[in-house]
Design a protein around this ligand. Structure first.
Ligand SMILES: [Zn+2]
Length: 497
């Protein structure tokens, strides 16, 4: 991974150079980071966003994006200035209607100094006018803006917003969104939530998308290009909107044969996780050269490569499982990634079992047996893997193995009550691995510290027998490879770069 070279000191120093008005001695600059141990400069301190209104215009031929972002926020301390995370060129910033001064700082900070300092606990409206060619911008030497033959896509983790809208870029600050994008007639603009309307004027078509439930910034997505859009409603009543690039070539059939099953799979997952939490579901497949898929809220991003070997319902199950585990209930800090990936992987195991291609226990046996004790696999702790190993295969496979160990320890009744109760308990919020442990202990009535420590935090292969089924299983040393294994492993580059 090429994206982890971060120098925290430089940015903090730059922000502190700003003058503090003499009349406001108690007011000081907001921090350039929200306080994430893995990514010290991601997000910002001193305020909390409730809504992003993005009014954009995009020209696919030149990759020129221009827009106005109106951000509704509330201050959480007295602020003389505050940061947004952003890379494009800013022409004007207004805070509560008054022109503010602003300057770029560090790798991706936009430091805004309002005319009047902001008192703690007040609502603030920030307007940012901007333009630029996102594909020419980079931070830390990388870009996550993906050009396609007919446009571009913003979908990446843990960062994608910097290339298309100014934000408090951390899952700890979720907000609702209106995304309105004008593109030349014949081009479509895809984003999260529901399509409220489209209008056409003078050769441009404007798409108005609304995400009415809280959404993390990395789960906001934008796709610009020539798409076939399909719509429907699942048996369970969930509206589905999917989109396919018109030039997917040989992958076109397999992509549609997979993503068109979104409604069916949302309903199937609802049986385990409870009611679907959002106003719509769906996915889109742009003509990118990337390899991964991403659980962008209500509108999952799939690289065409996910369908190079034929239809792939397993990856669709994985990304849809994230709508509950990751999107509805988001992590508190990036170290809590197991809350997302362990459960999305486990959903693939449940789907394998449903399809008769290997039970969850057989998959757990296989993971356990296929990594010897001296395999580096066991040195990655899914409960706190480190930024460099945040998307390591162990976070997925060992993470799901830990869930099977939990299931075997507390029994199916408590286990499935937890799977369904967790999204309801933390709906539209944030939670940590520790929160999950507490919840599991509360529902099961069992102390689980030792179990969680062994399976999620120790850098060694657990000897504990809880990986085994409670009854009737073999020795776990000669597990056979379940039929679904290859397909499930192929989603391991889900977040690879
Ligand atoms: Zn995932």
């Amino acid at each position: 991974m090429h994206r982890r070279i971060i120098a925290p000191g430089a940015l903090a120093a730059a922000s502190l150079l700003l003058a503090i008005p003499a009349s406001a001695a108690s007011y000081s600059p907001g921090a350039p980071g929200i306080g994430d141990p893995y990514y010290p400069n991601y997000g910002n301190g001193g305020y909390d966003v409730s809504h992003y209104d993005l009014r954009l215009q995009y020209q696919p031929k030149t990759d020129e994006l221009q827009g106005t972002a109106t951000i509704l926020a509330r201050t959480t301390r007295d602020l003389s200035s505050f940061d947004l995370d952003f890379l494009l060129d800013v022409s004007e910033v207004r805070v509560d209607g008054a022109k503010a001064s602003f300057t770029a700082s560090g790798e991706h900070e936009l430091v805004v100094t309002p005319k009047t300092p902001l008192a703690k606990g007040t609502t603030v409206t920030v307007v940012v006018r901007y333009s630029g060619v996102p594909s020419t911008k980079s931070a830390y030497g990388f870009s996550t803006w993906h050009r396609t033959p007919d446009g571009a896509v913003a979908a990446d983790e843990p960062e994608a917003a910097w290339w298309w809208f100014p934000s408090n870029d951390h899952p700890g600050d979720k907000a609702t969104y209106d995304v309105s994008v004008a593109v030349p007639d014949g081009t479509q603009a895809i984003s999260n939530g529901t399509l409220q309307s489209t209008t056409s004027k003078l050769g441009w078509t404007r798409y108005n998308w609304r995400q009415n439930k809280p959404q993390a910034t990395y789960l906001a997505t934008l796709a610009l290009g020539r798409f076939d859009i399909t719509t429907g409603t699942s048996d369970g009543g969930v509206p589905v909107i999917n989109a396919y690039s018109k030039d997917l070539g040989d992958n076109d059939g397999a992509a549609r044969a997979s993503v068109e099953r979104t409604g069916e799979l949302v309903d199937w997952l609802s049986g385990y996780f409870g009611p679907y939490p959002f106003s719509s579901a769906g996915g889109y497949v742009p003509n990118t050269t990337t390899g991964y898929a991403l659980e962008t809220q209500t509108r999952v991003y799939y690289s065409p490569k996910q369908f190079a070997n034929g239809s792939n319902t397993s990856v669709v199950v994985h990304e849809l499982a994230h709508q509950w585990y990751g999107d509805d209930v988001s992590l508190k800090h990036w170290k809590d990634i197991w809350i997302n990936e362990g459960f999305a992987r486990y959903a693939q195991w449940l789907w394998s079992e449903h399809e008769g291609e290997g039970t969850a226990q057989e998959l757990a046996d296989y993971v356990y047996a296929s990594h010897p004790a001296d395999d580096a696999f066991w040195t990655v702790a899914p409960g706190d893997p480190g930024a460099d190993h945040q998307f390591d295969a162990a976070v997925y496979d060992r993470g799901a193995l830990a869930i099977q160990a939990l299931r075997n320890t507390i029994g199916d009744d408590a286990f499935f009550r937890i799977l369904k109760g967790w999204p309801r308990t933390h709906a539209y919020g944030n939670a940590s691995v520790a929160d999950f442990q507490r919840y599991a202990e509360q529902v099961s009535g069992k102390p689980l510290s030792a179990l969680f420590d062994t399976w999620l935090f120790q850098p060694s292969k657990p000897a504990a027998p809880s990986a085994r089924a409670l009854a009737g299983a073999g020795t776990g040393t000669e597990a056979t490879r379940p039929k679904s294994w290859k397909r499930i492993e192929a989603t391991n580059d889900v977040h690879g770069h």
